[in-house]
Design a protein around this ligand. Structure first.
Ligand code: SF4
Length: 361
């Protein structure tokens, strides 16, 4: 029996999960989620030294919740060059590149695949997480081909994993209201299922704290759980607390309690997805650290320059150092382990000291 199958208690069904979200006291929910995290990973909390690469913030779409995108001529519009991107990845301490872009013809399919080739040849050992399902669908549309052709080309070029962005809330009402021009729930799930079937693992996100209802959050979690049952390949789930920035969209109350409830519930519902991330740029650092005692097992990440959340006007620091990451994990009563993109332990710390191998992974 695998670590995933032998949970302390059976995973909740839809009705039970909704009841937990709406009525279970936060500390009770957190206690159950933390016990499940401890059963799987002990006191180990992983973090990765990563670099976010966002080639451009120009985008052909205008999702209502998006405070990242720019229009041509805007002061904050930018388009990176290949040289700038390669330069941002030349630090050997970076173990993972996370590449996500606005949808823009000048950063189309051929150039994006060529970028992966360039990165792979400059940094053969780097773990490359690239192109959301939204980008895959955009490339397929531009190239007039099947999304599987795009996914295969990504794999051939050296992509190791797909990021989980673009899922937003997997619900037709929210798709119609907030992001009707880009792919909706069915397409997002189909493309991730295709990636998994081809052997390309992926992550999944949830953007919460805007117009969604509790029922729609539950619908989202169970859509992911069901896809993982049919076509396994999700590595981690990342709840993202919505940052309205200058969008004019009113965020509903996303306080620390709400964030911790979503993290804890995710750990219990998503029994078949190995990792739950506390993503500090949207949760805020204090809440992300608290989440390590509410079921999260990964504190993401050192991040390098992450443009999306910076442009969305958060107060998060640009980059967390290794020392600070490790100190925060220890202050949460947990044991920091620096990981690579595959959740294996890196064999040297950032000072070059050889590390003792950790037995849980
Ligand atoms: S969320 Fe993505 S697809 Fe939508 S406008 Fe922003 S960058 Fe473009």
């Amino acid at each position: 029996m695998s670590i995933v199958d032998s949970a302390l208690t059976p995973p909740p069904n839809c009705e039970e999960a909704l009841e937990m979200l709406q009525s279970m006291p936060l500390l009770e929910l957190g206690k159950r989620a933390f016990a499940e995290k401890q059963r799987r990973y002990g006191d180990r909390i992983t973090y990765v030294s990563n670099q976010h690469v966002n080639p451009t913030n120009l985008c052909v779409y205008a999702c209502k919740f998006c405070d990242y995108t720019a229009k041509q001529g805007d002061d904050h519009a930018y388009v990176l060059t290949e040289d700038e991107i390669l330069q941002s990845l030349n630090n050997p301490q970076i173990h993972e590149a996370h590449i996500v872009s606005g949808l823009w013809p000048k950063w189309g399919f051929e150039r994006s695949i060529n970028l992966i080739h360039l990165i792979r040849s400059a940094r053969p050992e780097l773990f490359i997480k690239a192109f959301t399902a939204v980008e895959v669908a955009y490339f397929a549309n531009m190239e007039r081909c099947d999304t599987r052709i795009i996914l295969k080309a990504m794999m051939d070029a050296g992509v190791d994993m797909m990021p989980g962005g673009g899922a937003e809330v997997l619900n037709e009402r929210i798709h119609a209201e907030l992001y009707k021009d880009k792919i909706g729930p069915g397409e997002w799930l189909r493309i991730h299922g295709e990636a998994h079937a081809l052997g390309l693992p992926s992550n999944a996100t949830l953007l919460f704290g805007h117009i969604e209802t509790d029922e729609e959050i539950i619908e989202h979690l169970f859509a992911l759980r069901e896809l993982e049952e049919c076509s396994p390949g999700f590595q981690s789930f990342i709840p993202l607390a919505y940052q309205p920035g200058d969008t004019g969209l009113t965020a509903c109350l996303v306080d620390a309690n709400r964030c911790l409830k979503i993290i804890a519930l995710s750990r219990l519902v998503l029994h078949n997805i190995p990792h739950i991330k506390a993503y500090w740029p949207t949760l805020q650092i204090e809440t992300a650290v608290a989440a390590l005692n509410f079921g999260a097992d990964d504190l993401d990440g050192t991040l390098g320059k992450e443009r999306i959340m910076q442009l969305a006007s958060t107060a998060s620091p640009e980059q967390l150092s290794h020392d600070l990451m490790e100190r925060m994990i220890r202050e949460a009563g947990q044991r920091p382990v620096q990981r690579d993109g595959r959740y294996g332990q890196v064999n040297k710390d950032h000072r070059g000291n050889v590390l003792v191998e950790d037995s849980v992974c």
